[in-house]
Design a protein around this ligand. Sequence first.
Ligand SMILES: Cc1cc2nc3c(=O)[nH]c(=O)nc-3n(C[C@H](O)[C@H](O)[C@H](O)COP(=O)(O)OP(=O)(O)OC[C@H]3O[C@@H](n4cnc5c(N)ncnc54)[C@H](O)[C@@H]3O)c2cc1C
Length: 437
Amino acid sequence: MQADYLIVGGGIAAARAVEGIRAQDPGGRLVLVTAESDPPYFRPLISYLLANKVRAEAMLWRGESFCAENAVELLAGRRAVRLDAHAGTVLLDGGEEVRYGKLLLATGSRPADLPVPGRDLPGVFLFATWEDVRAIKRYLARCPVKRAVVIGGGLVGLKAAEGLAALGIGVGLVELQDHLLPAVLDQEGGEVLAAALAEKGWKFFFGRRVTAIKGAERVCGVALDDGTVLPADLVITAAGMVPLVALAGEAGLNVQSGIVVDAYMQTSHADIYAAGDAAQGDEALSGQKRVLALWPIAARQGYTAGLNMAGGRRRCLPGIAMNATTVAGLPLVTVGLSLGAEEDGFTVLKERRPGEFFYRKLVFREDRLVGALLVGEVARAGILTGLIRSGLPLPGRIQELLRRDFGLLDLPAAYRESLLAQARQGLYPSGGGRDAA
Ligand SMILES: Cc1cc2nc3c(=O)[nH]c(=O)nc-3n(C[C@H](O)[C@H](O)[C@H](O)COP(=O)(O)OP(=O)(O)OC[C@H]3O[C@@H](n4cnc5c(N)ncnc54)[C@H](O)[C@@H]3O)c2cc1C
């Protein structure tokens, strides 16, 4: 098979790449290979699908006709197993070879293995795909489930627990670290989140390692390193996500923690691009290349890669780590260096309100905002994100940012002007348009 454009992966980076390619080249032959049986869909919505809060039709990216409308030849349920970058070919699992003009690796990430006995028992699931949700629902239809244990207190674990709790299932969550979301929340932020969730009946086991998953015919418990066995009718393992880089690595491309790309999303090989959770691209605050496994960044990188594969020449706006989500009704936003601490030379301002599930932390390097962490109330997160991205100094004004009612007018005129200038350059796209990067 011969394709002008071959995309390996079927997530949001792939979907946006299709749109980038089609914005440049409506007619070239475009083949998309995805290991999943579904066309591109909203992965972050799988917890709402589990909770029956989203209908299956609403999961699909741009609806059922996306592939047909964009003349995409979709090879679903197929896996790319080898890349020959010199020959310009990709071998598929059925033995078929695809010769490409330009290739995008949008392989995303997979759940990390949890090397404990019992992880293959019936009733133990991952939580990363639509198919995982179907499998959990089939199990729930067959087996009575009153109590579930989720292993991992990161975003995926929390989302899995949220979906189960919404079905009336009692949730226990085991986390190796001493608080929730340890990759983005500090201890105080994690405490506020855990307190809000505990009020809804969630149970937490912090600082504990899982040693085994127990059961015979099916799962019945989770053993911890202190000897406790938590009863469980269902277990979800969410021990982190690992970028899928083997195809690129084995083909000799530059791979570090992800597939290294330049500002155009080009890898170390001119005909091969990478985007999304598998890519290691420019990060705005550190000036380094980092894997930023986030939906909006995957979308932006995918679109840029697609444009450039089809002859465009657009730079991708460097990413900033940003999480904006709601866990069981509690909103939280983390942006940039949210874990920055005084002992590392940052100035840190914090606010907590007794009796409220509220926490706010702002992190400054000298007088520039470099990180923000908002739990419980996320108003003005957009302004804070803009400030972080702009890197503008805020002499004498940093305390004002903690005020509940601060607004754009409290910020230096230079900042408002820079926002306008960036909007003119298209750096802050509206987001909804088909061609917004
Ligand atoms: C439960 C959950 C909740 C999340 N919530 C949020 C959130 O609130 N906010 C946020 O920013 N991010 C969130 N994320 C992360 C977000 O979903 C990812 O950053 C995003 O999906 C990455 O997109 P991607 O296209 O790079 O990769 P993926 O979505 O991982 O897609 C990669 C695709 O490539 C396929 N593939 C891999 N290897 C091969 C191969 N060799 N051959 C063929 N196909 C292959 C995979 O099967 C998969 O379909 C969440 C993730 C999960 C799992």
